[in-house]
Design a protein around this ligand. Structure first.
Ligand SMILES: [Ca+2]
Ligand SMILES: [Ca+2]
Length: 401
């Protein structure tokens, strides 16, 4: 059976594993310490950069949005000060063709859009591809600063991206664990202000993935894959680090985590224990299936740092009593199930009052303004099993009940 979060679960696999372990132990006398594990890895999200208005993107409400498009409470994803945003991306140069972005990240192929229309109010930020490099923009009020990376990321390979922002405004960009750029960014809170009035009800109070949230004329959108997006309330990296080889872990500093392992549908779960910052996939023309991909950065064999502990040579009647439990593989900590999916509660349209300086006028009306109450968490038990076929080959299976 395939679990909701995309991890393969199979009791037969457990039996096979126990048998395989015994056979391997009998054949080789001991288990190889450097056994490779093959991860079962779920799915990723594919965006197409189509620019169809209010579609081909993921929309994550920053809090509870009332009928007037005002945020009445904040969800954890409405970050304010220090943060780390990290994710995996895979994109090509032919599908992401924005040139350099001297005026700001919002003219690139946008991957993450936490813009507010016009000046940033408290603040706003975004991540995009410009001239094949990543750019990170952060603004506070009218102070708008841009970090431009140096590594070409559009080589059709999975890349691990991390962006940190410190309380003193310092912004760092890491590509595959290497420092790719730094910026003395503006200081100050950048969360979306509660009860803020806007004419852009269906875009301003959201974190948007894969598109320019306002569908501003001429905008470019991200065309590529995205996986395992983790948002944290701390600076996790200040210097180069080893590129992760497994999905991000959840800890107390994680404010939102998107595995994109649902594999179907339009609900994007938040895998933190509370799981409050739930998103919604808005498919482009067609259906949601076209956005779910089995191409992930975790396919293939990875080397765990843990060592199988049941290596003792068994006697002929030996029964493996404890299977090797690699401790380094990532464990999705939550399988939060939303009590209810997004319910468009209002079709309120912007009144004509507030007129932004720019000409762009969003035309989409339907505004999903409520996301269900925080889901209840279900206890999760997983067992990691090393399946030994050859001295240098093994598989890991994750069991959930
Ligand atoms: Ca803005
Ligand atoms: Ca995934």
């Amino acid at each position: 059976m395939l679990a909701r979060d995309g991890y393969i679960l199979d009791r037969n696999m457990l039996n096979l594993t126990l048998s395989g372990l015994l056979v391997a132990a009998l054949l080789f006398g001991t288990l190889p310490h450097s056994a490779l594990l093959k991860a079962q890895v779920g799915s990723s999200l594919r965006f197409y950069g189509s620019g169809s208005p209010d579609h081909d993107r993921v929309k994550i409400p920053l809090g509870f949005i009332d009928a007037n498009g005002r945020l009445t409470t904040s969800y954890p994803v409405n970050i304010s000060g220090a943060f780390t945003i990290e994710f995996w991306m895979k994109a090509s140069s032919t599908e992401n063709t924005a040139p350099t972005c001297p005026s700001g990240w919002y003219t690139g192929n946008i991957i993450i859009d936490r813009d507010v229309f016009g000046a940033g109010d408290y603040g706003d930020f975004g991540v995009a591809i410009c001239n094949q490099r990543l750019v990170v923009g952060v603004s506070v009020g009218n102070e708008d600063r841009l970090l431009t990376g140096s590594t070409i990321v559009t080589d059709n390979q999975w890349r691990h991206i991390a962006i940190t922002r410190a309380d003193n405004g310092q912004v760092r960009l890491f590509v595959d664990g290497q420092v790719d750029g730094m910026l003395a960014g503006p200081i100050g809170r950048i969360d979306y202000r509660l009860n803020r009035a806007t004419s852009y009800l269906s875009s301003d109070p959201y974190l948007v993935l894969g598109a320019e949230k306002h569908d501003y004329p001429g905008s470019r959108h991200y065309n590529g894959w995205l996986d395992d997006l983790r948002i944290s309330r701390v600076v996790r990296y200040t210097d180069a680090f080893t590129r992760p080889s497994a999905p991000h872990l959840v800890d107390s500093d994680t404010v939102a985590l998107y595995r994109f392992d649902e594999g179907a549908g339009t609900v994007i779960h938040d895998s933190t224990p509370e799981g409050r910052s739930i998103g919604q996939l808005k498919p482009r023309n067609g259906n949601d299936a076209q956005h779910w991909s089995t191409d992930t950065p975790f396919v293939g064999e990875i080397t765990p740092t843990g060592t199988p502990t049941s290596a003792a040579t068994p006697t002929s009647t030996a029964t493996p009593t404890s299977t090797a439990t690699p401790t380094s593989t990532a464990t999705p900590a939550s399988t939060a199930t939303p009590a209810s999916t997004a319910t468009p509660a209002s079709t309120a349209t912007p009144t004509s009052a507030a007129t932004p300086a720019s000409a762009a006028t969003p035309t989409s009306a339907a505004t999903p303004t409520t996301i269900g109450a925080p889901p209840e968490n279900k206890p999760v038990i997983r067992v990691y099993i090393a399946l030994i076929f050859r001295p240098h080959s093994a598989q890991v299976s994750q069991m959930q009940e």
